[in-house]
Design a protein around this ligand. Structure first.
Ligand SMILES: Cc1ncc(COP(=O)(O)O)c(C=O)c1O
Ligand SMILES: N[C@@H](CCCC[NH3+])C(=O)O
Length: 430
């Protein structure tokens, strides 16, 4: 088991040079590449636990449950690590529910279920698992939930996920809290929907939830969204509903650049903003952080296959591609890229770092200045622990990477590398 570390004792990233070789905590990345091959996702259990504890500490003064957002990194081993620390989970599918069951079954009672298109089999499985809360995103879903609850003779605790119409100042693809987005229910319509729902004995209006987007660095939008939710809760109480939970969603951002970043400070500012929005509201607070917990704890280790020039441009082609880490292609996201062997001199190369996939969008960085590299060298893409492996695919029939967790100086394989046989297994020649 990972020991709890005091918030100020560890740096924002677990990757650092020791004797000129990059390590993840005590493990040499060059040794890991030899042992497990590349591309390889590497995570620090210590950093994940540390981030979780930062959240616990920042919210220690009020009743709360941290429901880690499974979509950020759905590894069973990482989920188990977090469950052992007391985490609940935010899920968005029947598949993620099954992951919770497999990682640590008793934690089903700390699960909240979000998502705009829940299907009957998913609702049934969650009702039977007696999860904590359904975050309902439409009236259609509310009717379906009531019908399934009646069919199974299980009363459903629910929160409406309200859309507060607050701008989250993040990439448009990952902003969710404006009325133009598909997520949630217009906050102005919520009160009357709770009134209607309360007429069904199969529905328990137990909470209100909100989630305004992801990778949000400024904390004011969280305060604004929560203030609107708090005022709704006051109205719902006047209407006689027994609201016990307020779900503030996830979305706290990290620093993907090379500047200084103080995670403890960031989560404290976030907690203060939520406290401001909640004012005197004392309902049990649910939090759904994903990225903040796992992004910087993980990185993608890859080997350079080719260095080539096309006209004026230099390309560094690695054995990882956009199918392994799609964030740069999808959002033009920035990931720092560093060599595993610390460079001796000061000379540099300006190049596009790209994968082998047959798409021009298959890049990790464009016109990036980095120390000279040659085929066979290892490089590391930082901050890839969230929305890396969980967004990976088999495009170009490429088996997905293996994953290792570094814990107490030891490396544990937590997902073996896929094989071509794995890829072809579900297919039928017809
Ligand atoms: C409902 C919900 N909760 C939590 C999260 C986790 O967000 P993040 O990883 O930004 O903390 C997301 C993703 O944006 C989400 O859609
Ligand atoms: N996939 C996004 C985050 C999406 C959050 C999910 N609601 C990212 O990589 O940054």
């Amino acid at each position: 088991m990972t020991k709890k570390t005091a918030p100020d004792q560890i740096s924002a990233r677990p990757f650092a040079y020791r004797n000129r070789t990059l390590h993840c905590d005590e493990a040499s990345l060059s040794t890991l590449a030899d042992q497990y091959g590349t591309p390889l996702y590497v995570y620090s259990a210590r950093q994940i636990s540390h981030r979780f504890q930062l959240f616990e500490t920042a919210f220690a003064n009020r009743p709360h449950t941290i429901c880690y957002a499974v979509k950020a990194n759905s590894s069973l081993a990482i989920m188990r690590l977090l469950a052992q620390q007391g985490a609940g989970f935010d899920i968005v599918s029947g598949g993620e529910l099954e992951r919770v069951r497999k990682a640590h079954k008793p934690v089903l009672k700390k699960v909240v279920f979000s998502g705009v298109g829940k299907q009957i089999w998913e609702i049934d499985a969650a009702l039977k698992g007696n999860i904590l809360l359904f975050n309902v995103e439409s009236e259609t879903e509310l009717h379906l939930l009531a019908a399934r609850a009646e069919a199974l003779n299980i009363r459903a605790r629910f929160a409406l996920r309200v859309n507060p119409d607050v701008f989250a100042e993040t990439h448009p693809y990952i902003s969710t809290g404006l009325s133009e987005h598909k997520f949630g229910i217009d906050i102005k319509a919520a009160r009357s929907i709770y009134r209607k729902a309360a007429k069904s004995k199969w529905l328990d209006p137990a909470g209100v939830s909100v989630h305004i987007g992801s990778q949000i660095r400024k904390v004011d939008p969280f305060a604004a969204a929560l203030a609107r939710v708090t005022s709704l809760i006051a109205d719902l109480r006047k209407d006689g509903h027994d609201i016990r939970y307020v779900d503030a969603g996830g979305g706290l951002g990290i620093d993907y650049g090379d500047g200084p970043f103080n995670p403890a400070h960031q989560v404290e500012r976030y907690a203060a903003a939520l406290a401001q929005g909640l004012a005197k509201e004392t309902a049990h607070l649910l939090l759904e952080p994903g990225r903040f917990i796992v992004a910087q704890a993980g990185a993608l280790l890859t080997r350079v296959l080719v260095v080539k020039k096309n006209g004026a441009k230099t390309f560094v082609i690695t054995d990882a591609g956009m199918n392994d880490l799609i964030r740069p292609a999808l959002y033009h996201a920035h990931h720092e890229i560093i060599p595993i062997k610390r460079p001796a001199g000061k000379s540099t190369l300006t190049a596009d770092i790209v994968g082998p996939v047959c798409e021009s969008g298959d890049f990790f960085a464009r016109d990036r200045v980095l120390p000279p590299v040659k085929p066979g060298d290892l490089v590391l893409l930082l901050d890839a622990g969230a929305y890396g492996m969980s967004l990976s695919s088999n495009y170009n029939s490429r088996p997905r990477p293996a994953e290792v967790l570094i814990d107490g100086g030891k490396s544990k394989l937590i997902r073996r590398r896929e094989t071509i046989r794995d890829l072809l297994a579900p297919e039928l020649l017809g």
